[in-house]
Design a protein around this ligand. Structure first.
Ligand code: GLC
Length: 576
């Protein structure tokens, strides 16, 4: 839907190739080269990527089939959402067998072929490890709930009913918001921070911890290249179960994250697993402040490689966001990690609505320009970028009206909870339409054929109606598409280490339309100019009288007069 033409400036991207890295910093500075800092990670939601067996659900053979495409994106790693056996209460984030593949997705033989096929293309594989909780169908839990004497009883957290009602614990996905579920067989409550089908594992138990390390070794032995630890900042709990203040539900992270023991578990995991294999590690959540984030990732602590914080993706709300706030948040995180540690950069994932709908403008006029701008940001910041499948096309939110349209447990139980609290349900649905995770989970749009080429059967979640124009086939053929812009940006980043390691400096912090910054490494300097608005913008950049040539531009022209730059709506320009 983009109307303008673009100058194809990909020729410039080779200018920086072959450049040597900065002299290694001392004591874990971000400039210390590491392979995982140089990755561009592409996140695939396997349910929605490509179906090959005609059941409307994506599968591993589908991923194999599309690996040439993935390689063509210029990305260097794939993070797969969980693919283990699961009853799918939360689409695989409820694992019932950590050493087998979900039947919907295929077999272990398919997995082995997929991994070989990725490595043949120099694509690394990062597995999602879900061990804050298991599924209630996991044999450990089945045994644990059968008797108080089960050898697996202490793999989970229990509150015996003879002690009375347990102190309130908030659950993110429970229809009543209650993280304790009464279980009749043993007359006890079990703890579930997420849905009731996701009982929390007891990390205080050394046997459970060893089981988890063995599971991780199983996958590391297969040759996977990294682990993303799901919800891990919640793994340690205060099992004296104090009564928490009344603001628990609104501020649960303050009470749940980074409890005593967590660092011990991570150091042990590092010792047992990360240090024994050439794997990278990232945990979901980065604690409650910068100090805690550093305590997770500083190189000398031997815990994790990189932090993954939510402040950034929390900026856009239903109703909009202030660009100055976005700049503040990303800049604060960058400064906190300027000397030590390493960050992940992302604008979306499977827990968010679509990037262009939240951060950009998904109406026909500016969808393509704003999606290009957002990908320019993602791929020009310091930190390891995570691109979410479909965002390279500018895929948008889907328009669901009824609660029955949704599949996500967070949406369905959130609805029940709001209803029981007497909330305005029309308003609830309007907001859900914008924020729901299902927005970001609709099938990949490959072509304009039936079901967007995703499947031959009715997909598990509807394809977005706009697949007729927003799809890989159409965008592949259009040099000015969002897709080809994404490829130019990955090429630029892959060939210019200044974009990986260079210092980040924010310019014009108070400008309400323009996000401008430089990246500098030794003699090299890159300037990024992004107009985050539907209006043209003018910006003065004192000291930038000699602007170089645009390396990337999502419009055919770029207007500047000395240090005054004019940017068209959603214009994104990268200059050397
Ligand atoms: C993480 C996952 C999310 C999941 C939750 C429970 O936040 O990213 O998708 O629902 O953990 O496992």
């Amino acid at each position: 839907m983009r109307f303008a033409c673009y100058l194809l400036l990909a020729v410039f991207v080779s200018c920086g190739s072959g450049q040597e890295p900065a002299a290694p910093g001392v004591g874990g500075s971000p400039a210390d080269r590491e392979w995982w800092k140089e990755l561009i990670i592409y996140q695939i939601y396997p349910r929605s990527f490509q179906d090959t067996d005609g059941d409307g659900v994506g599968d591993l053979n589908g991923i194999i089939e599309r690996l040439d495409y993935v390689q063509s994106l210029g990305v260097s790693a794939v993070w797969l959402n969980p693919i283990y056996t699961s009853p799918n209460d939360d689409n695989g984030y409820d694992v019932s067998d950590y050493r087998d593949i979900m039947a919907d997705f295929g077999t272990m033989a398919d997995f082995d072929r997929m991994l070989v096929a990725m490595h043949e293309r120099d694509i690394k594989l990062i597995m999602d490890i879900v061990v804050n909780h298991s599924s209630d169908e996991h044999p450990w839990f089945q045994s644990a709930r059968s008797s108080r004497d089960s050898p697996y009883r202490d793999y989970y957290h229990w509150w015996p009913a003879e002690k009375g009602t347990p102190p309130h614990r908030y659950s993110l996905f429970d229809a009543a918001g209650d993280a304790w579920k009464y279980d009749e067989t043993t007359d006890s409550y079990y703890l579930h921070y997420f849905a009731e089908g996701q009982p929390d594992l007891n990390w205080e138990n050394p046997e459970l911890r060893q089981e988890v390390y063995d599971i991780m070794k199983f996958w590391a032995e297969k040759g996977v290249d990294g682990f993303r630890l799901d919800a891990f900042q919640f793994a340690a709990k205060d099992t004296t179960y104090p009564k928490f203040p009344d603001d628990l539900d609104e501020n649960f992270i303050q009470y749940y994250a980074m409890q005593d023991g967590l660092h011990d578990y991570l150091r042990e995991m590092n010792d047992e697993v990360f240090s024994q294999y050439n794997v990278m590690s990232v945990a979901e959540g980065a604690g409650r402040n910068f100090t805690e984030a550093h305590e997770l990732v500083d190189a000398d602590r031997n815990e994790l490689d990189m932090a993954y914080a939510f402040d950034g993706v929390d900026v856009p709300k239903y109703g909009g966001y202030e660009l100055t706030e976005m700049k503040r948040v990303f800049t604060r995180w960058d400064s906190a990690f300027a000397e030590r540690g390493w960050l992940s950069i992302f604008l979306s994932n499977h827990d968010q609505a679509r990037m262009v709908s939240r951060w950009g403008d998904d109406t026909p006029n500016y969808r393509a320009a704003s999606a290009k701008l957002l990908n320019t940001f993602l791929l020009s910041m310091r930190g390891t970028p995570y691109a979410y499948y479909g965002d390279e096309l500018g895929m948008t939110n889907i328009d669901f009206d009824e609660i029955s349209d949704y599949q996500d447990i967070a949406a369905i139980n959130g609805y029940k909870k709001a209803e029981s609290q007497g909330k305005d349900m029309e308003q609830f649905l309007t907001e859900l339409n914008f924020t729901s995770r299902d927005n970001g989970r609709t099938p990949m749009q490959w072509s304009d054929s039936t079901y967007a080429g995703f499947s031959s059967a009715v997909p598990w979640l509807p394809v977005n109606d706009n697949y007729a124009t927003i799809n890989v086939e159409a965008e592949d053929a259009d040099p000015e598409s969002v897709l080809n812009h994404f490829r130019r940006m990955t090429a630029l980043r892959n060939e210019n280490r200044v974009l990986v390691y260079g210092d980040y400096e924010l310019l014009v912090p108070d400008h309400e339309q323009v996000y401008a910054y430089t990246r500098t490494l030794g003699e090299e300097r890159i300037l990024v100019l992004l107009n985050f608005s539907d209006e043209a913008a003018t910006v003065d950049l004192p000291g930038m009288e000699e602007l170089g040539e645009p390396l990337i531009n999502n419009y055919p022209k770029f207007t500047s007069d000395n240090a005054t730059v004019e940017l068209l709506p959603w214009q994104a320009v990268v200059l050397r």
